[in-house]
Write a protein that binds this ligand. Structure first.
Ligand code: A3P
Length: 287
């Protein structure tokens, strides 16, 4: 498949044909949110699969059954992907979903419901590095080219789900009040039990310290990397080639320092700063 055929544009966003379609986006628009639904929203490579592990555990008091028996994409499906239509009727309440949608693409039923959102942010330099390797191993995405070429594409928004700055701007401007919680990938790496306490309290789950520690253990990078229901080893190599780069690649913060030249850092920082000029929120990382 040529690079152009692998992606298509919808709502101004580049999307992969393998997982998304006009019908899947329509299905997402018609999706009926329930008040006790939870959706983890991320720009790609910010910790989506991590939340697909965390949410069922937090919502079900640490019961390991879902993460050991259901593949992550069916356990906590993407709102916008084709697979949701197949599994929607099997999702037990309280339902957990993930989404890469910018805020304005959330379906009408989301605004009228009381469904909660956990927005996970990650330092854009690190997520760009992660995305670069992901484009190498995910055969349904365009070849990233060189790291320098990929940086240009990323800054121009010619990548999965468009510009990172547009995504973050859209979700920091909502009027969702206490329905939305912001957390960073960096917080989760630094102190996962503390992040889990915040998440469980936001979701109204009063979990004992013992359960928090158990969830933290099962959501560690090492444990998730060996969970075949989460590490994409069930996906045929023609779609995801773990020999080219493992989905669970490094799971660290600051890997951008091993990849960016000083010229690339200056270019990246100048574009991001310019695009966020005048915004009322401040980023949790120095840029
Ligand atoms: P790296 O490529 O930097 O290792 P997403 O799920 O949004 O596609 O994000 C994937 C990134 O999250 C990858 O980053 C992956 O390793 C990281 N990740 C997934 N689970 C993790 C965990 N338990 N701890 C730390 N990082 C994790």
């Amino acid at each position: 498949m040529s690079s152009i055929e692998k992606m298509f544009m919808l709502y101004g966003l580049p999307l992969p044909r393998e997982t998304h379609s006009v019908d899947s986006l329509k299905f997402a628009q018609d999706f009926k949110f329930k008040d006790d639904d939870v959706v983890a929203v991320t720009y790609p490579k910010s910790g989506t699969i991590w939340m697909q592990e965390i949410l069922p555990l937090v919502l079900n008091g640490g019961d390991l059954t879902p993460i050991h028996t259901i593949p992550n994409w069916d356990r906590v499906p993407w709102l916008e992907e084709k697979r949701l239509a197949v599994v929607v009727d099997q999702l037990a309440s309280p339902r957990a979903l993930v989404s890469h949608f910018p805020y304005h693409l959330m379906p009408p039923s989301f605004s009228t419901s009381k469904a909660k959102v956990i927005y996970v942010m990650r330092n854009p330099k690190d997520l760009m590095v992660s995305s670069y390797y992901f484009h190498q191993m995910a055969e349904f995405l365009e070849d990233p080219g060189t790291f320098d070429e990929f940086m240009d594409k990323f800054l121009e928004g010619k990548v999965l789900f468009g510009k990172w700055t547009d995504h973050i701007k859209s979700w920091t401007k909502t009027e969702l009040g206490d329905r939305i919680m912001f957390i960073t990938y960096e917080d989760m790496v630094q102190d996962l039990p503390a992040a889990l306490r915040r998440i469980s309290s936001f979701l109204g789950r009063n979990l004992s310290e013992e359960v928090i520690q158990k969830i933290a253990e099962h959501c560690s990078f090492k444990t998730m990397k060996s969970n075949r229901m989460s590490n994409f080893s069930l996906v045929p190599k023609v779609y995801m080639d773990n020999d080219k780069s493992h989905f669970f690649r490094k799971g660290i913060t600051g890997d951008w320092k091993n990849h960016f030249s000083s010229e690339q850092l200056a270019r990246f920082t100048s574009v991001i700063r310019k695009e966020l000029e005048g915004e009322s929120f401040s980023l949790p990382w120095s840029m």
